[in-house]
Design a protein around this ligand. Structure first.
Ligand SMILES: [Zn+2]
Length: 247
């Protein structure tokens, strides 16, 4: 059984009935659709209600926290937390100068911490985004006593990869690992027991020029199996065990 722990089904343009059908045909049993703002939280709850194989993660993405009223979104997440299997996609992102001045960083951190607090209280896993803010993300997470942490598409240095492994957190590796050497290095330097797989659909497609979708996760899994020198079957089983431990 294959799980895509990180997709954005609410952002996929293709007909979702078809996306779900194609995913099932490739052996995918569960898709976790991540949210980034109020409207995507609402959409993902509806998608999860419609398709039994879809679970939703609710969250306010760091850059969206600066674009909409975060109080309203956090309130919505709190009220609807029973629909969520995780908090996601949450984190910190300093890659745009206009969203990384002192005031914006402070807002991003407050919103991130508020959501970590929800996860801690509800004993839910967190799916974490970090871009040009890797150390701040790690330090913030270390200050919270949350057991299940999934680091999504980590772009930080090898030294920080090691720190994440030592903390017993998980890396979710996108299907674009087929061509992204950086993700291949994470796989090579991390124990298989701390790896999950994802697509980040519709982004980060393993196929250049083609929108990503959960069915393509198989490409990533094949690559992980190759890097770990195991069969695809063994890889699928290990990844599924890791999923069961985290969600
Ligand atoms: Zn994402």
């Amino acid at each position: 059984m294959i799980v895509d722990v990180h997709a954005h089904l609410d952002m996929i343009e293709k007909d979702l009935d078809l996306v779900i059908k194609d995913a099932k045909a490739k052996g995918i049993s569960t898709i976790i659709s991540n949210s980034g703002n109020l409207s995507s939280c609402k959409k993902n709850i509806e998608i999860a209600k419609k398709y039994p194989m879809v679970k939703c993660a609710l969250g306010l993405y760091p850059l969206d926290a600066l674009k909409e009223d975060p109080v309203k979104t956090i309130e919505f997440i709190n009220k609807n937390i029973k629909f969520a299997c995780a908090l996601g996609e949450i984190g910190l992102d300093y890659h745009l100068p206009k969203y990384s001045d002192e005031k914006s960083i402070k807002t991003q951190k407050n919103i991130f911490e508020e959501q970590l607090e929800i996860a801690k209280n509800k004993k839910l896993p967190v799916i974490v985004h970090s871009r040009k803010a890797e150390l701040d993300v790690i330090e913030t997470l270390e200050s919270f006593n949350i057991k299940k942490i999934i680091i999504h598409c980590f772009g930080g240095k090898l030294k920080l990869t090691k720190r994440i492994s030592d903390n017993n957190w998980y890396f979710s590796i996108p299907a674009s690992v087929v061509r992204a050497e950086h993700f291949q290095n994470i796989v090579l330097n991390t124990n298989l027991s701390q790896i999950l797989s994802e697509t980040d659909s519709p982004f980060q497609s393993p196929f250049i020029g083609k929108d990503n979708e959960p069915a393509f996760i198989v490409e990533g899994i094949k690559k992980i199996a190759q890097l770990k020198k195991i069969t695809v079957e063994e890889c699928i089983n290990s990844l599924y065990m890791n999923y069961q431990k985290t969600f």
